[in-house]
Design a protein around this ligand. Structure first.
Ligand code: NAD
Length: 257
């Protein structure tokens, strides 16, 4: 097992990428703290990990709140004795997020608070714990939109994810000599609830797939595989990256018919 004796904390682990990653980390032997703002899916995720032979507990945490982030990290150390892997994954995509003229300040602030400040707060409280553990790996979920502009804008979301890239790079440099690696993970368009709520017709889905060389949406499970790699010692010389798992979307100018 690639993560035996490791303790991992996953935010937004109640669904999508977070859930699949928590399952994958658990399969590889990690003890997992499942953190989510939503109690029912979070409790269910932790129960599912335990049912499949893993060791997991749930903590309710809103990542935009400092005290919640402090509590989720404390839960890892109090329950399992240490924290080695921190996956700051929780994020939102607001239905009213649009261009500069049409996006309300409240939508911008909410998106920034969860997607960017949430990652900052996770790192703020998680880094001392990783240092106490003698080092570890931080993975922050950004997105392919952090490196590409889209004509169907989600300005707050895009800006928040660009911030995650910049923040992750700088933390990687700051903490490299302490054995703390920090990488930003950039998923491409996935067949998850977060995206499919917008692409709710076949025509809209096909319109998006025109840009993906592989011609399909990714699965949360495929992102989870990258999370396990970045969490484990297999990636021991990998830090400060914007790690793209995107079906080739950021490589393409024109995709094949
Ligand atoms: P999802 O909506 O399935 O899961 C997000 C989880 O985060 C949910 O369980 C939700 O309850 C939780 N959450 C929301 N706000 C929270 C908060 N304030 N505190 C704690 N938990 C909170 O979404 P997903 O597709 O799995 O997305 C996970 C991450 O991946 C997000 O950061 C998202 O921006 C990013 N991402 C997704 C895609 C995609 O196509 N789905 C692509 C690129 C990046």
């Amino acid at each position: 097992m690639r993560l035996a004796d490791r303790v991992a904390l996953v935010t937004g682990a109640g669904s999508g990428i977070g859930l699949e990653s928590a399952l994958a980390l658990s399969r590889e032997g990690a003890k997992v703290v499942v953190a989510d703002i939503a109690e029912e899916p979070g409790e269910a995720a932790a129960a599912r990990l335990r049912d499949t032979g893993g060791d997991a507990c749930f903590v309710r945490a809103d990542v935009s709140k400092g005290e919640d982030c402090a509590r989720m990290v404390a839960t890892a150390e109090e329950t399992y004795g240490a924290l080695h892997v921190l996956f700051n994954n929780a994020g939102i995509s607001h239905i009213d997020d649009s261009g500069a003229e049409d996006t309300d300040e409240a939508v911008f602030d909410l998106t920034m608070n969860v997607n960017l400040k949430g990652v900052f707060l996770g790192c703020k409280h998680g880094i001392p714990a990783l240092r106490r553990a003698g080092g570890g790996s931080i993975i922050n979920t950004a997105s392919f939109v952090a490196v590409l502009g889209a004509a169907t804008p989600q300005l707050a979301y895009t800006a928040s994810k660009g911030g995650v890239l910049a923040l992750s790079r700088e933390l990687a440099v700051l903490h490299a000599r302490e054995g703390i690696r920090v990488n930003a993970l950039c998923p491409g368009p996935l067949r998850t609830e977060l995206l499919m709520k917008y692409l709710d017709t076949e025509a809209k889905r096909q319109r998006r797939l025109v840009h993906v060389p592989m011609g399909r949406f990714g699965e949360a499970r495929e992102i989870a595989d990258a999370v396990v790699y970045l969490a484990s010692s297999e990636s021991s010389f990998v830090t400060g990256t914007s790690f793209l798992v995107d079906g080739g979307i950021t490589a393409a100018y024109v995709t094949p018919e």
